[in-house]
Design a binder for this molecule. Structure first.
Ligand SMILES: CC(C)(COP(=O)(O)OP(=O)(O)OC[C@H]1O[C@@H](n2cnc3c(N)ncnc32)[C@H](O)[C@@H]1OP(=O)(O)O)[C@@H](O)C(=O)NCCC(=O)NCCS
Length: 197
């Protein structure tokens, strides 16, 4: 029997079902992966968590995209993942439909490019290709053959170089970098205060 489906925006009530599906597909140790570090403490990008609901298996598939900040310039990008399709609903186009809809919505919202860690032959179906080695650095180990990108705006990748972080980590690290600059100012103030006493 043909299975017809539609891709919709994820609701809070879908989340426990999606987590269960992710545990089935990737195992409960999935959270130690480098791509999870890029999502820790973040929320998915606005309007870019999608689901295919199904009365028989609850959730047939799900995808989400996460905001990233790259390098000293703080270039923006998205992380795709996780993408998951229920074992009983695979190979009927659910994964492809989730990716196509997600990328179309991301482009409509003005995002420049998307990265992911995954199987290149599958993600090539929507244009993902291997990143130039060394251009982007992840905060953990990654197989370069599985570190992929697709541009939504031509030339967007060229703006990005360096360490890839969730936006809140970038903000913390930037603040820490500014600390040494603040210390001489404080020392200078103390010196001035001592001289005036
Ligand atoms: C990978 C996954 C998202 C694909 O979703 P799906 O809805 O079954 O895929 P689609 O129906 O859109 O596409 C099916 C096609 O992709 C191919 N395909 C599926 N997974 C693939 C993979 N990991 N690598 C290469 N090709 C793959 C299928 O062989 C099929 O090919 P065909 O069209 O030539 O017959 C889904 O199988 C899944 O959630 N798997 C568990 C998690 C996983 O293994 N992830 C690995 C990818 S990072």
């Amino acid at each position: 029997m043909a299975f017809s489906f539609s891709v919709e925006t994820t609701k809070v009530t879908d989340q426990p079902l999606i987590e269960h599906l992710l545990d089935i597909a990737f195992g409960i140790d999935r959270r130690v992966k480098t791509s999870y570090r890029l999502r820790e403490g973040s929320q998915p990008a606005e309007g870019l968590s999608l689901v295919v609901r199904d009365t028989d298996v609850s959730v047939a598939g799900s995808i989400s995209f996460w905001p990233l900040t790259i390098g000293p310039a703080g270039a923006p990008a998205l992380l795709l993942g996780p993408l998951v399709v229920h074992p009983e609903r695979q190979n009927i186009g659910v994964g492809l439909a989730l990716m196509q809809e997600g990328l179309a919505r991301a482009k409509a919202r003005g995002h420049g490019f998307v990265i992911l860690v995954g199987d290149a032959p599958y993600y090539a179906r929507v244009g993902f290709q291997r990143l130039p080695e060394g251009q982007l650095i992840l905060p953990g180990p990654v197989d370069p053959d599985r570190f992929l990108y697709v541009e939504l705006l031509q030339g967007a990748l060229a703006e990005a170089q360096g360490l890839v972080l969730p936006p809140h980590r970038f903000a913390e690290i930037s603040a820490r970098d500014l600390m040494p600059l603040a210390v001489p100012h404080q020392a200078e103030r103390q010196k001035q205060s001592a001289e005036s006493q």
